[in-house]
Ligand binder design. Structure first.
Ligand code: SAH
Length: 466
């Protein structure tokens, strides 16, 4: 087996703008070497145990020099590793991917290039600016704005197509004044799109004569096509655009909500306040039970991971509390026998009283130290209840810095509220159900909104409202 390097374009920021091929490379790589402009959430797709090496520039720190990156690529490949070199946008558009390819060739290392969606085109598109348009602009010029000389402007100012400058923000004034000096009309429309394709995207428009400063990273678009934005703007009108929403579930369960928030144009801040730690325990003989009551998706997943033969369940009735628990059971091709109308434990008890007979044996997979209302109530009707503690929830280490731009937080359980840092109770708290909402009120959140329907969709509906 020989090592190989994939030079992969990761796209401009929106995580879904990586290509299928790029994502497949990332998933199969032993080593991922990534830059600062990529969406860091992509790293979660690397396989377990993959080595992740940051090779970019962060405020204050210096970039790993290009020679060292080259050397790293060569060395890892020589160790027979599959390397994914993840770069923002497209690897060959001002990404120094070309240099890396040449270096790999020189060292006889096999490589492939996976082109990516460049910020030069996607940034404009997400601002509602088509980079070319019949009758308006017949060409697209992508320019490194950093080191332009007057002689360059002489040429650039004569081009009639769309000009897109990358790495140009520190030279913004110089770019605009020289374009005018060498012949562009001062009224030529221009736009700056910063943090393009992210929910913190900002678009400023004006003319060459009235430049504005903006955040970075940003692209500068010059040309008549900028005027089309008035009609073609779309991304910035999405329902959650501009919102920064904290998602607190355990990391492996967060993805659905994060994806929904981002597809609605919002920025999801992953801040798990719970970590699921499975407990080493053997399943009892399942065949002896009449009922199995699941109260969480964690319980379902850990139970089925341990179950050796699904036929052991053939005469066991199954109860699910909550839509997501029920959906999770259905993934194992089992239709729950009973789902209480309301997903809180009290409603379940009333429902179960009709179904469970005195003397029935009930198994209750659960987390360590959780509310004991279900076994207590079932014992009252003389059912035999065995609790099966499958996991405990622990507090993960977290980084408060992540919360600084947040406006809202989503809670899916009372314990996720309890573990959330107190001093952040000025955020709007969106809660999956009434018990969680109660916990948020107790934690003195100023504004507590409970989902009407106790599901992720119900929560999203509330997020859309404000
Ligand atoms: N290979 C990258 C470009 C790398 S050069 C690509 O194809 O997109 C870095 C420059 O890209 C930045 O200075 C900025 O001008 C631009 N850029 C990259 N990501 C951006 C983003 N999300 N929003 C705006 N500009 C971005």
């Amino acid at each position: 087996m020989a090592g190989k390097v994939y030079l992969v374009g990761a796209g401009p920021g929106d995580i879904e703008l990586i290509t299928v091929k790029g994502l497949n490379c990332l998933k199969s790589a032993d080593v991922v070497i990534y830059d600062s402009l990529i969406n860091n959430r992509l790293l979660a797709y690397a396989k377990d145990g993959a080595e992740k090496i940051f090779a970019g520039k962060r405020a204050g720190n210096h970039t790993l020099p290009q020679e060292e990156i080259n050397e790293l690529l060569v060395n890892k490949a020589k160790e027979n590793k599959i390397v994914a070199r993840l770069k923002g946008g497209d690897p060959f558009v001002f990404g120094r991917g070309g240099e890396e390819a040449l270096c790999l060739r020189e060292n006889n290392i096999e490589f492939e290039v996976v082109p990516g969606v460049t910020s030069a085109v996607a940034g404009a598109a997400y601002a509602g600016i088509p980079v070319t348009q019949r009758g308006i602009s017949q060409s697209l010029h992508i320019i490194n704005g950093h080191n332009l000389q007057e002689a360059d402007f002489e040429i650039l100012a004569k081009l009639s197509g769309t000009l897109v400058f990358l790495m140009g923000m520190s030279k913004l004034e110089n770019i605009c004044s020289n374009l005018i000096k060498y012949g562009k009309h001062p009224e030529t429309p221009f736009a700056i799109v910063s943090n393009a394709t992210g929910s913190n995207q900002k678009t400023l428009t004006g003319t060459l004569a009235d430049i504005k400063q903006s955040e970075t990273p940003a692209i500068i678009v010059v040309g008549e096509v900028v005027n089309l934005r008035g009609q073609a703007k779309w991304f910035e009108g999405k329902p959650l655009f501009g919102r920064n929403i904290v998602v607190t579930r355990a990391r492996h369960q967060n993805q659905e909500l994060i994806q929904m928030i981002e597809q609605a144009g919002g920025h999801a801040i992953e801040f798990p306040t719970i970590e699921i730690q499975p407990i080493e325990v053997e399943l009892p003989d399942i065949k002896q039970y009449d009922w199995l009551i699941f109260t969480s998706t964690n319980g379902v997943e850990l139970f089925f991971n341990k179950l050796r033969d699904i036929r052991d369940l053939s005469r066991v009735k199954i109860c699910a509390i909550g839509d997501s628990t029920s959906e999770c059971i259905k993934k194992y091709h089992i239709q729950p026998d009973f789902m209480p109308d309301e997903f809180v434990s009290e409603a379940l008890i009333n429902g179960l009283r009709d179904k469970i007979k005195p003397g029935d044996k009930v198994l209750l997979p659960k987390a360590e130290k959780t509310r004991s209302i279900i076994p207590d109530e079932l014992k009252k009707i003389s059912a035999q209840v065995d609790e099966l503690v499958l996991y405990r929830t622990a507090l993960p280490a977290y980084d408060i810095e992540l919360l600084k731009d947040a406006d809202s937080v989503c809670f899916m359980s009372p314990s996720s509220v309890k573990n959330f840092p107190d001093e952040w109770n000025n955020l709007k708290a969106y809660c999956i159900g009434p018990i969680t909402a109660e916990a948020a009120k107790e934690a003195e959140f100023k504004e507590v909104i409970a989902a009407g329907e106790y599901t992720v969709n119900g929560l999203m509906e509330k997020l859309y409202e404000a």
